[in-house]
Design a protein around this ligand. Structure first.
Ligand code: PHE
Length: 340
């Protein structure tokens, strides 16, 4: 048995050293160490050995197994190193790399870019950033904004309601209320964020879109301030030749209310007015709703006036970039996104 073991070890080590690739090496492993391998077969002879021989041969068996295993590991590492070297053959690692194209580097989403730009413009005018939850109470979304229970905006067909009566906010005007609940005048905030409506999705509508809300409440705030602020803002975006029209409109929470139309050569069709925002002077009943909730007269409508506005960033992004279909902004198509 001693001689057999010696011979087996030498044979195995020679076969392993001769293995030219991983397949050959694996065959050698199976041949010597596998379940039907020669070493396994030899170990089965242990039971026929005398008591005195057993420990010595047992140790020898172990030594051979260890030696063969070690030889397998060493050969495997050598084969891997050879393969690495072969892969690098002919590659000059001192050459400069291939530049990554701009599209490959990635960039901010066009809506995010516009959001950053609009935020920067309003911050220069002294507007602070405010925030509110997407899941809202009916009170913050409607009642406090002077929107009675029978108003069409509250219809189940237009709004996503939860079983507990809460809803996905249909506009960011909710942040007007949330801000005034916590702060005292003067208040000058913008609130960008998602708004949700049960709209059929088409080229100009999404069920979730992005709004920018604004609110300024102080002593003596007038329609002139509202017009000046919005005109300045939209000129920053659309250029100095832009013309504006404040067209009378109705919102429950502002009085008077307007929609803002723009006409600019930047948008090509110079003879067409495009609606870009809703706005107006904060309705005294909104200030009173806030006072009632607060339990004080912090927003006394006899003393304070304010303006509010809201517009869709997706719509603006479409106009500014000449994008014909709003769904491009949510399709995640690299060919579209890489252009920004
Ligand atoms: N919340 C209105 C909308 O979603 C926009 C608006 C905001 C109008 C503030 C007036 C004042 O259409």
């Amino acid at each position: 048995m001693d001689a057999q073991l010696d011979q087996l070890r030498d044979e195995a080590i020679a076969a392993i050293a001769a293995a030219a690739d991983e397949t050959a090496l694996d065959l050698a492993r199976v041949k010597f160490l596998g379940q039907q391998g020669s070493l396994t077969t030899l170990s089965k002879g242990m039971k026929d050995l005398s008591k005195e021989d057993k420990p010595r041969i047992g140790k020898l068996l172990n030594d051979v197994r260890n030696a063969v295993t070690a030889a397998l590991d060493i050969r495997k590492a050598a084969l891997l190193a050879d393969a690495d070297k072969a892969a690098f053959a002919g590659v000059d690692v001192t050459l400069p790399g291939t530049a990554v194209s701009f599209a490959g580097k990635g960039s901010l989403h066009p809506i995010t870019q516009l959001l950053d730009r609009t935020t920067a413009i309003f911050r220069r005018m002294g507007f602070a950033l405010a925030d509110g939850p997407d899941i809202e109470t009916e009170w913050h979304c409607f009642d406090a904004l002077n929107t009675p229970a029978d108003h069409p905006a509250r219809n189940e067909q237009d709004t996503f309601y939860f079983p507990d009566g809460r809803l996905l906010r249909t506009h960011t005007s909710t942040v007007q209320i949330r801000t005034m609940e916590k702060a005292a005048p003067p208040v000058r905030i913008i609130a960008p964020g998602a708004a949700y409506r049960r709209d059929e999705i088409d080229a100009t509508h999404l069920a979730q879109f992005t709004q920018m809300e604004g609110l300024y409440v102080d002593e003596g705030v007038s329609v002139a301030d509202l017009k000046g602020t919005l005109e300045f803002f939209f000129r920053e975006l659309f250029g100095n030749d832009a013309k504006f029209r404040f067209r009378p409109h109705f919102f429950p929470f502002t009085e008077p209310s307007y929609e803002v139309d723009i006409k600019t050569s930047m948008l090509g069709a110079t003879d067409r007015w495009l609606e870009i925002a809703g706005c107006g002077m904060v309705d005294p009943s909104v200030l009173e709703a806030v006072n009632t909730k607060r339990g004080d007269r912090a927003f006394d409508p006899e003393k304070y006036t304010g303006f509010a506005f809201g517009f869709g960033l997706d719509r603006l992004a479409m106009l500014l970039s000449g994008t014909p279909d709003i769904r491009y902004f949510t399709n995640n198509d690299q060919r579209f996104l890489a252009q920004f």
